[in-house]
Structures are given as C-alpha cells and as structure tokens.
Design a protein around this ligand. Structure first.
Ligand code: HEM
Ligand code: HEM
Length: 267
C-alpha cells in the first residue's frame, strides 16, 4: 500500500462497505483496479448504486449553466460585470471539485477514476464498443482523463480571466497589478482557452450522448438522480456532511486570504 492510498484511507476513516446484492445469498464482488466490476454481469440482475453524491450533481449542473452564460456574455461582450461574477463562481466550483476529488465520496475521488495511460489506452476499444462486457460504475478510464482535462481547462480559463481586459470597461482584478505585456498575454490566452473549452464541451456532450443513446448506459439520468443500475455489486458514493464542511472551511480560508491580500484587509 503506497502513502497516497494510506492517506486516502485515513482521511476517510474507513473504506465504505460494499453494497450487498438484493439477493441475500450473493457475495459482493469488488471493482478491480480499472474501475470495472470484477464479475461478468449476471443475466437480468440489476441493482441501484449511488454514484454521484448531491454535491457532484449540483457542481455539474451549476457549472454547465455558468459556462453557457460565460460563453454568451464573453463573446457578445454584454453583462461583463456578471461575466466576472460568474467567472468567480466557476473558480469557486472548480476549487471545490479539486478538493472534493481528494476528500470526497468514493466515485468523486481522483484516485478511483484516474487510471494509468496504459490502462486507459487498453480500455479504449471496450469503452467505444457498442456492446462490451465491462461495466464502469464511475467515470470510465477515458472519461476520467476527460474530466481532468475539463477541470484543468476551466481552471486556466478562470485564472487567465483574472488578468484579462477588454480595453474598454472591464478589467479582471489582477490587471491593475500586472504589466501591460502580461495583461496582453493573459487576455489572449483567455480567448484561446475559451475555444479549447468549447471544443472539449462539444466532445464531452458527444461522448455522453453516444453512451446514452447508442450504448444504452443511462449516464445523464445518473447525473440527475445520482444513481445507476449495475449488473454487479459496486462501491457506493455516500455524501458526508462532515467532509463537506471541512472542504467549505478550506475554501473559506482561501477566499478570506485572497480578499484580505487584494483589499489590504479593507473589507
Ligand atoms: C471559466 C470561466 C470563464 C469563461 C468560460 C470565460 C469565457 C469568456 C469568453 C468566451 C470570452 C470572449 C472571448 C472572445 O471573444 O474570444 C471572455 C472574455 C472576457 N472575460 Fe471571461 N471567462 C471566464 C472567466 C472570467 C473571469 C474570472 C474574468 C475576470 C475576473 C473574466 C474576464 C473577461 C473579460 C474582461 C473578457 C473580455 C475580453 C475582451 O473583450 O477582449 N472571465 N470570457
Ligand atoms: C458547459 C457544459 C458542461 C461542462 C463544462 C461539463 C463538465 C463536466 C464535468 C467536469 C464532469 C465530471 C463530473 C465530476 O466528476 O465532477 C461531467 C460529467 C458529466 N456530464 Fe457534463 N458538462 C457540461 C454539460 C453537460 C450536459 C449538457 C450534459 C447532459 C446532456 C452533461 C452530462 C454529463 C454526464 C452524464 C456526466 C457523467 C459522465 C460519466 O458518467 O462518466 N454535461 N461534465
């Protein structure tokens, strides 16, 4: 067991118990290291497993709404004050998601869905095959890397926004502190990363719709209700109010530190 795994177990206090099958006699089968169920699907047996805790679902749908608004306001150059506010909200959501990726519920934790490049490449045929034997409960290995890419791109977009200006009315809060070359660079990056982001979102939607409509995996429904039907027992994600409060406390400290640094303690 490496240090990271040990730390992860300590933080969470205990490993959550496996969901028992609806039929008493059946033995729970753990997921293997690639996140798939270890046993082949048993014909006709389906059970409900909590995959996405409430905070992941709220994070996701608020993020989608905010990105829609940010894209519209940014490209049209309208409601720029609200654009900046929505940009801060995205930065807060992404910061929450990153910390929740270490302290959060089972399927939210990076360690449970970010796989090695080798495992990810090996999983590609299975992930895209219309019919396959493996059943991923959380993000599949390819989807896991897509999530990491989306999070990093959103973070970069939000951070570059802080040093972006439209040269007319709207300046990010760091513009006053940076030299003009740096502001120009960040503004140009803010435009370019916006294009990358839109490409990733289109790819994300295409993948989700493919899994939903062609592979008949109800991913969208799971992102709404939080639960998935799986043919074999799998680890469940349970929301812990205690861990949520710890993450909120960490975020509040960071927010307070940032505010007092940039306002000189004036607020
Ligand atoms: C992830 C969050 C964000 C997204 C998705 C986003 C998206 C965009 C987009 C699509 C544009 C238009 C780019 C173009 O015309 O090619 C834009 C412009 C702009 N954004 Fe953001 N933005 C975000 C966060 C922020 C933040 C946090 C700030 C400031 C605190 C900010 C400040 C600006 C400014 C000042 C412009 C105008 C630049 C210009 O007109 O040249 N943005 N943003
Ligand atoms: C700008 C729009 C969007 C962004 C930035 C976005 C971003 C993300 C991110 C970061 C995740 C990972 C969730 C996590 O582990 O925390 C995710 C998952 C997911 N998103 Fe989106 N999303 C967007 C729009 C949508 C829309 C419109 C749909 C539905 C049609 C959708 C369906 C899903 C589903 C089903 C998952 C779970 C995928 C899985 O089971 O592996 N997303 N999205």
């Amino acid at each position: 067991m490496n240090c990271y795994t040990l730390l992860n177990k300590l933080v969470n206090g205990q490993i959550q118990g496996f969901i028992t099958m609806t039929q008493q006699s059946a033995q729970p089968a753990p997921e293997n290291s690639s996140g798939t169920s270890a046993q082949p699907p048993a014909q006709g047996q389906q059970q409900k497993v909590k995959v996405w805790d409430i905070s992941i679902r709220l994070f996701h749908w608020s993020l989608a709404a905010l990105i829609g608004f940010l894209w519209w306001s940014g490209t049209e150059g309208v409601q720029m004050e609200n654009h900046v506010q929505a940009g801060y909200a995205v930065l807060a959501l992404i910061s929450y998601r990153i910390i929740w990726g270490f302290l959060g519920s089972y399927h939210a934790r990076f360690i449970n869905f970010v796989r090695s490049p080798f495992t990810t490449l090996k999983s590609v045929p299975d992930v895209i095959a219309v019919r396959s034997d493996s059943h991923y409960v959380g993000h599949n290995p390819v989807g896991g890397w897509m999530v990491v890419l989306l999070i990093l791109t959103l973070l970069s977009q939000g951070l570059t926004g802080l040093g972006t200006t439209d040269d007319i009315y709207t300046d990010g809060p760091l513009v006053a502190y940076l030299d003009s070359d740096m502001v120009e660079l960040l503004s140009s990056l803010h435009h370019q990363i916006a294009d990358l982001l839109i490409a990733l979102v289109i790819l994300h939607l295409a993948a989700v719709l493919y899994h939903d409509a062609i592979k008949r995996e109800r991913l969208i429904q799971a992102m709404v209700t939080g639960s998935k039907n799986t043919p074999t027992p799998a680890e469940a994600s349970s929301f812990s109010a205690k861990r949520f409060l710890i993450v909120v406390a960490i975020l509040s400290l960071i927010g307070w530190w940032l505010l007092s640094s940039f306002t000189g303690g004036g607020y």
